[in-house]
Ligand binder design. Structure first.
Ligand SMILES: [Zn+2]
Length: 491
């Protein structure tokens, strides 16, 4: 099994990944809060998670991936103050909270499909796991971690040893950090700024998504959802937890505190955080008018895979600046790869079908370097440079002379690489059947070349390109042809 190293936020260092249970890996990803469309920054996070999962599968592990759907309890501002995001949208859109959650869950799944992200094995909804949350709350209550104020039942963060260890700050430093940046507003009656609600009391007029429980009538806090659902499906102690870097100081810090306080065990071994996406060098915000969805990119004529390629071209722990120029570049590069796939798949080896396949060895070593880079904390920029070396070296080698075995090695390598990137290379890997008129023209051109009638030979080449989008190239192994990629772009 290839050795994967991952940067672990918990230790602030790159560590060799060792699963708890042999070949089985459990991953939990904080999923979407379904009160609005996911934007491209959210999707950056899920693209990287998908890459990590596919790499683990490629490395030979069995992966159980859990991603939750937050359909209740996530407040505006992420901390203790404000309204429930889903409920707020329901009011604005004059719909029921269930309708809102259902609609935006559907839209999120659509985006995942467009980006060819593998669906997680389990996608639990918060509203389906209230009993699990209550049993966790009960455990915390029995151990004396909770207290009640007029807005809900709170977790006393000062009682949990090493609270905030994920942030690298001490308890006091973290409290100061949250207050000073006005990152959280202190709810009235709470003991520490970092304390958070595990159960919130509802207003008397709230009817939807409200539960009558021994802890009062209300709904769960956002953080308790992820602890309850991750531990239900992956066990009290599991391998990897992922999320956007914005979740680190509050949401993930609180997940650790309440989970470990309840079970007395270490919650998660590896914490993987994905950096922010900026748009034109600025933070995405509604007021700036720079919040884009995958749908917006598609409407402007770009493909979802072009965005995925752009994301993969940057290291996940660096901020990524999204611009339409960069997206344009990603789209061209991707089209170039598709074109290359189609070309190598359609090479014609006139009489050299059984070459010695010397390039196959080189393809193999570049493939090894590609996966080595990915296994080095998902170093995608270096990995992609190996992919591009494979393409440019193939082009050079093929001009000198290539064999069927060489071509097959290149195609197989690209397909294996794509089993992890998920960019749809396989669509271009088929050997296309030549229409009769085309094969006749190619034969005629060969005949003209033999007779040194270069004028006719060039004419035929132009005709093939214009009429049939077929490009002919003369190489050391004889002519090859490929269909020119029709650009999918409308912009
Ligand atoms: Zn979460």
């Amino acid at each position: 099994m290839a050795a994967l190293s991952l940067y672990n936020t918990l230790s602030r260092s790159k560590e060799e990944f060792r699963p708890i249970k042999g070949k089985h890996v459990g991953i939990y990803s904080c999923g979407p809060t379904v009160y609005n469309f996911a934007h491209i920054g959210n999707m950056r996070n899920y693209i990287i998670v998908d890459l990590l999962k596919r790499l683990l599968l490629h490395n030979g592990y069995n992966v159980k991936h859990v991603m939750n759907i937050t359909d209740v309890g996530h407040l505006v501002g992420d901390a203790n103050i404000g309204e429930d995001k889903v409920r707020l949208t329901a009011e604005h859109e004059h719909k029921s909270v269930h309708e809102v959650a259902k609609f935006y869950t559907g839209e999120f799944l659509k985006d995942m499909k467009r980006l060819a992200l593998m669906e997680p094995e389990i996608m639990p909804k918060a509203t389906d796991h209230i009993p699990e949350m209550l049993s966790l709350i009960e455990k915390l209550d029995r151990k004396g971690y909770l207290y009640t104020v007029n807005t809900g039942v709170y977790f006393d963060t000062s009682k949990f040893k090493n609270y905030g260890k994920l942030t690298g700050l001490t308890f006091d430093e973290l409290n100061d950090y949250l207050i000073s940046g006005a990152r959280v507003k202190r709810a009235s009656g709470i003991r520490n700024t970092t304390d958070f609600a595990v159960w919130r009391f509802s207003n008397p007029d709230e009817k939807d998504m409200v539960w009558q429980t021994p802890y009062g009538k209300g709904f769960p806090g956002w953080h308790i959802e992820c602890s309850a659902m991750s531990m239900k499906y992956l066990g009290a102690h599991f391998d990897i937890h992922t999320g956007g870097i914005d979740h680190l100081p509050i949401h993930h810090t609180n997940e650790i505190a309440q989970s470990e306080a309840a079970t007395g065990e270490k919650f998660v071994n590896y914490w993987v955080h994905i950096e922010f996406l900026q748009v034109n060098g600025k933070k995405m915000s509604k007021s700036m008018g720079n919040v884009y969805r995958i749908e917006d990119l598609i409407e402007k004529g770009y493909s979802a895979c072009a965005y995925k390629y752009l994301v993969i071209s940057a290291y996940y722990r660096s901020q990524l600046n999204f611009t339409f120029e960069a997206l344009e570049g990603a789209e061209s590069t991707l089209e170039g790869i598709y074109s290359f796939m189609s070309k190598v798949s359609n090479m014609n080896f006139m009489g050299k079908e059984e070459g010695n396949g010397t390039f196959a060895e080189r393809a193999k070593s570049l493939k090894a370097e590609f996966f080595e880079s990915l296994n080095n904390d998902l170093n995608t920029p270096t990995a992609l440079s190996k992919l591009h070396s494979l393409i440019s070296e193939t082009n050079k080698a093929q001009k000198k002379g290539f064999s069927k075995a060489d071509a097959k090695a290149v195609i197989d390598t690209l397909l294996e690489i794509d089993s992890v990137l998920g960019l749809g290379f396989s669509k271009y890997a088929d050997r296309e059947e030549l229409p009769k008129a085309v094969s006749e023209l190619i034969a005629e051109r060969e005949e003209s070349r033999k007779n040194r009638d270069y004028k006719r030979s060039d004419e035929i080449r132009d005709e093939l390109r214009k009429k049939y989008s077929v490009v002919l190239e003369d190489t050391g192994s004889g002519p090859i042809w490929y269909r020119e990629m029709p650009s999918s772009r409308k912009h």
